[in-house]
Design a protein around this ligand. Sequence first.
Ligand code: URA
Length: 195
Amino acid sequence: MEGMDGLDVVACERCPELCESRSRIVNGAGPADADLLFVGEAPGANEDEQGEPFVGRSGDVLDETLREVGLDRGDVRITNCVRCRPPDNRDPHVEERAHCRPYLEHEIDAVDPAVVVTLGKVPAEHLLERDVAVTGEAGEVYDVPIEGTPRRVLVSVHPAATLYDPSQKETFGSALETAAEFSDGESGQKRLGDF
Ligand code: URA
């Protein structure tokens, strides 16, 4: 795809405001054939500085919770709806998400994960294409077409939610427990349970 090298966007100027606010494009990280693909909202200050998604406090919560469900950050792929840091950490605008969507679709297509896990409201609404009450729907798995291919999408709260509201820790943990069931694990068997 134009502007991409493999799964990485190497050149993009589709969003004038984000071109101004970013220091760099923050591409997805993790194995290109991961069973689990986590999708966040957009890079924040730490991600913009280090060039990797979820490396700040939210990333610490994600790493820790992955470990609690028997996974390691290195086992999963992590990306965002939008690859450039929005100014003042505002939510990415609908048109910015639309500009970045072909890159995300390309990544989903290439990685072909067993499940796409949405972290927070923005990626859930972006991929399910409807309003989502993430706390209520966390842990739910939906089959949705993404670029014409049916995909499993698991809704989760954003890891940062657990920092503001400790009661979300359990919600986040149990969504990730469900996510872990889609991972090969050490047995080499996909633990797909009822899905
Ligand atoms: N929050 C996100 O949604 N994405 C990141 O990469 C970091 C924090």
